[in-house]
Design a protein around this ligand. Structure first.
Ligand SMILES: [Fe+2]
Length: 188
């Protein structure tokens, strides 16, 4: 499992400068995958959401797209503004991006009929909560816990780090078009 996760996220993991944070991100993915009862090859298939038709886009592809999208926005701000009014911690941004949906490995399960569905654990706590708990148990900084806990509707109206805002916006930028396709609202 560890090799599979390291391979899937290699390009993003390499950009985390703090080596122990990089290892913690991998550890948390391994822990969540094992707790969720998934095998390494399952990571190729787990959908990124149960809320809309995913058209074959899986959780790891979504995770990379969100992380890279947020990274691109951060770089656009840093290279454009003469004065940047906040600090953007790139390590926290990348780690938070890679972990924002890790709780979905617990929130989603496979039914006896082979269908992806909400797990009992997912009914008790959505992925921002279960992911934040995993990150806290691994000793990650509170700021990364803010990214995971507040990236979705749980964060509406709550205080957030800039990295949380960027992950939230990247997440919805890649999620909303999928919902729009389903509703016939995406102009093609
Ligand atoms: Fe997401």
């Amino acid at each position: 499992m560890r090799e599979k996760i390291t391979e899937l996220f290699q390009r993003q993991l390499e950009q985390i400068k703090d080596f122990s944070l990089r290892e913690s991100v991998i550890d948390i993915w391994v822990t969540a995958a094992e707790k969720g009862g998934w095998a390494p090859q399952d990571l190729e298939n787990i959908p990124f959401t149960l809320l809309t038709e995913t058209l074959g886009i899986n959780l790891y592809e979504h995770t990379i797209a969100v992380t890279e999208g947020a990274l691109g926005m951060a770089q656009a701000i840093l290279k454009t503004y003469r004065t940047v009014p906040f600090d953007i911690n790139m390590d926290w941004l990348i780690a938070g991006g890679l972990l924002h949906d890790v709780g979905k490995l617990l929130e989603i399960c496979m039914s006896p009929q082979g269908k992806y569905q909400k797990s009992h654990q997912g009914q008790c706590a959505r992925h921002p909560i279960s992911g934040a708990i995993l990150a806290a148990q691994a000793g990650l900084p509170d700021e990364i816990i803010n990214i995971i806990a507040c990236h979705a509707k749980e964060g509406e109206g709550r205080p957030k780090r800039i990295e949380t805002v960027l992950i939230h916006q990247a997440d919805f930028a890649v999620f909303d078009p999928m919902v729009m396709i389903e509703k016939g609202h995406l102009i093609t």
